[in-house]
Write a protein that binds this ligand. Structure first.
Ligand code: NAG
Length: 420
């Protein structure tokens, strides 16, 4: 990381300084001068930020570094890397490089079509393939070029011309159940477990997850850098937590709540759901020891009261594993008012879902199965993150896929695992 100061701070202080020296103090014009100098500094600062942004954007449009061996970097690329480091500043914040990232390249229409045909070829019969080739030709001669021009237009105003469509058509409009088809899971350490006490592990891991969430909320987490130099897009970090995928009859909806609304986690034990506030009365994150005690209280309470809830009530999470349209209809008919709605809102707004399981998986395959689909009624599939803790101290997580790709959650999980 370069040791240079961000140009912005250095320049704004010097400009305010020089303006105050120039302004004749004590004259009736002092107020006008002060306002003028503050105004000029502000404009100067904004201009400088914009210049920095565009400069970085121009620099990042260069792709030559991709094709070079990491161990034999040419002087040209070294110089380029150094300039990128200087321009992106010392300790950039989470989203500070977002506006400087290069636009995604739109491939020419004929290239898109030939790639599409190549990918269709193994999937269809020879006759069907001929038909597709003809359709592609027709498309290229008729409406294709016009749509391609519109796509270019979109690429000028959208941060990425494909990501909103990808989210909508690939994820949210899919009507299959989320379990197995879309959600994915992650394991913890292979053999080593730092403790064999379920509540201690849960407290420790949950605390790490909440502290990285706080870093994301405050934009203190630094952007990931390729080769320690090139910033990559961090947009997907924003909706990792406090997010839920609400089923709709034709299309699901992703809801995200900010940290003013989402101030609790929901803990599942024996089919009972507990709301657990994550801040104390001084607005600080709960400490590991307090979390540990609260998890133990939840386990004791749930084990005492498990007989008082019916089998159906205990299995309500199974609804989230239904095909999406079916779940949307049930949601509309049964969860739109009263206590059901209130409880649903609490689950939706939770930062994440914590599951305190009561049985230990026999081996790795069983553990994988537990994390991927559990017993069909333990996993709240709509929730962006479900963290499972087993009675022997092992853990793992299940993640909803539409709000972010796996490397993003992988980064958070790696943080939690290494903090142990
Ligand atoms: C894992 O445990 C399950 C259930 O006890 C068993 O059926 C399965 O054969 C085991 N798998 C391996 C690879 O040992």
């Amino acid at each position: 990381m370069s040791a240079m100061n961000p140009c912005g701070t250095v320049c704004i202080s010097s400009s305010v300084h020089s303006c105050i020296i120039i302004s004749p103090s004590g004259t009736p014009k002092w107020l006008a001068n002060l306002v003028g100098s503050v105004g000029i500094s502000f404009v100067f600062f904004v201009t400088l930020m914009k210049v920095r942004q565009y400069l970085l954007r121009i620099l990042l449009a260069y792709r030559g570094w991709m094709y070079e061996n990491v161990r034999e970097v040419s002087w040209k690329n070294k110089l380029w890397g150094l300039t990128v480091k200087c321009v992106s500043g010392y300790q950039p914040s989470l989203y500070s490089c977002q506006r400087s990232l290069p636009r995604m390249h739109i491939p020419p229409l004929d290239e898109t079509l030939s790639k599409l045909l190549d990918s269709l070829k193994p999937l269809c019969s020879e006759e069907e393939f001929k038909d597709y080739c003809k359709q592609a030709q027709d498309f290229e001669c008729s409406i294709g070029p016009r749509l391609q021009r519109l796509l270019h237009l979109k690429s000028w105003w959208a941060p990425n011309y494909v990501s909103d469509w990808w989210e909508k058509y690939v994820y949210l409009m899919s009507r299959c159940p989320l379990v197995i088809n879309s959600n994915y899971y992650a394991l913890d350490h292979y053999i080593w477990t730092p403790t064999s006490k379920q509540v201690s592990r849960a407290a420790n891991v949950v605390h790490s997850i909440l502290s990285i969430k706080r870093q994301i909320d405050r934009e203190e987490l630094q952007p990931l850098l390729l080769r320690n130099t090139i910033p990559i897009c961090m947009a997907q970090y924003e909706r990792l937590f406090s997010t839920v995928r609400v089923p709709g009859e034709e299309m699901d909806e992703l809801l995200h709540f900010d940290s003013r609304e989402a101030r609790h986690i929901v803990v599942w034990r024996q089919g009972l759901f507990y709301q657990l506030s994550i801040y104390d009365d001084k607005n600080q994150l709960l400490s590991v020891t307090v979390l540990e005690k609260l998890f133990q209280d939840i386990i004791d309470d749930a084990d005492k009261h498990k007989e008082s809830v019916s089998e159906c009530e205990r299995s309500v999470a199974a609804l989230t594993g239904l095909p999406r349209t079916e779940w949307a209809q049930i949601l509309r008919e049964n969860f739109k008012s009263g206590i059901n709605k209130d409880n649903m809102d609490l689950i939706n707004k939770a930062v994440c879902m914590i599951t305190l399981c009561d049985s230990v998986p026999d081996n790795m395959s069983e553990k994988g199965k537990m994390l991927l689909h559990a017993d069909g009624r333990t996993l709240w599939c709509d929730k962006s993150v479900n963290v499972f803790f087993f009675p022997d101290g092992q853990c793992g997580l299940n993640v909803e896929h539409s709000m972010a790709d796996a490397p993003v959650m992988g980064h958070v999980w790696e943080y939690a695992m290494t903090m142990e």
